[in-house]
Design a protein around this ligand. Structure first.
Ligand code: ATP
Length: 237
């Protein structure tokens, strides 16, 4: 069976600077795959390129066998690929519910109410505060909103860019538990994280990125047990 997402020899540049230097990885249906690595490794650049927000210099990206690296971002969303971006990017003046509805823009069917309910079941606070301006939410609540919004497009593949960034340990745990819940519900997830431990604990497969290159890969368990990973990313000496 071919993978749900196949990234091959991907190179992405900002002008003369190569941020991603020829990476190859794949995501199988039903898996959680994580990309870990320090600041500037190229993780965000990779997700933005898969979403169609950046164009690769070379290489290919296939989603369910179809090449998407020359497609417009909105067409990629319509295929079933959703992106919860770094920094959440919610619309602060719009209400929580209006933000969620924006996630459903690509949908042609009319069953959005059911998805709102699913988002409210996932994160009850979104339902309790549905009329509150999103800008008044805490960082953790905004992260829940960004994830809820991404789920509104009923994605086949959900890409999460550093969902735990800037959150308290309790809120981080809450968000990571939701990653597990979404996986159990059958969502395929590509997770970018600096919190390597939390990400690898949930990952079927992980890739370690360093200055634009994949330097190590393996199952979540294998990477958690690797001396290199423990020293560089899990704060052990
Ligand atoms: P972080 O966790 O800090 O977000 P990252 O792994 O997501 O790191 P990227 O944000 O993808 O890394 O950045 C990869 C490299 O590309 C870095 O060297 C960064 O400085 C550079 N870069 C990112 N965005 C731009 C841009 N718009 N213009 C020029 N260089 C950029």
């Amino acid at each position: 069976m071919s993978a749900m997402l196949e990234v091959k020899d991907l190179v992405v540049s900002y002008g003369k600077i190569k941020a991603v230097k020829g990476i190859t990885f794949s995501v199988q249906e039903g898996e959680v795959v994580t990309l870990i690595g320090t600041n500037g490794a190229g993780k965000t650049t990779t997700l933005r390129t898969i979403s169609g927000l950046l164009r690769p210099t070379s290489g290919s990206i296939r989603f369910q066998g179809k090449r998407i690296d020359d497609m417009a971002a909105h067409s990629i969303v319509s295929l079933g690929l959703a992106h919860s971006p770094e920094g959440r990017r919610i619309f602060p003046r719009l209400t929580v519910e209006q933000n969620l509805m924006l996630g459903a823009f690509s949908r042609r069917d009319g069953d959005v109410k059911k998805d709102l309910k699913a988002a409210y079941d996932l994160f009850p606070i979104l339902g309790e505060r549905s009329n509150q301006p999103a800008g008044t939410f805490s960082g953790g609540e905004q992260q829940m909103l960004a994830m809820g919004r991404a789920m509104m497009s009923r994605p086949k593949l959900l890409m999460l860019d550093e969902p735990s960034m800037g959150l308290s340990p309790i809120m981080m745990k809450r968000i990571m538990t939701t990653v597990t819940t979404l996986k159990q519900q059958g969502t395929t997830i590509l997770l970018v994280e600096q919190n390597a431990q939390a990400a690898l604990n949930r990952a079927n497969q992980g890739y370690v990125l360093e200055v634009g290159k994949i330097v190590l890969s393996g199952t979540g368990k294998e990477l958690l047990a690797s001396d290199d990973v423990r020293k560089a990313y899990l704060g052990e000496d």
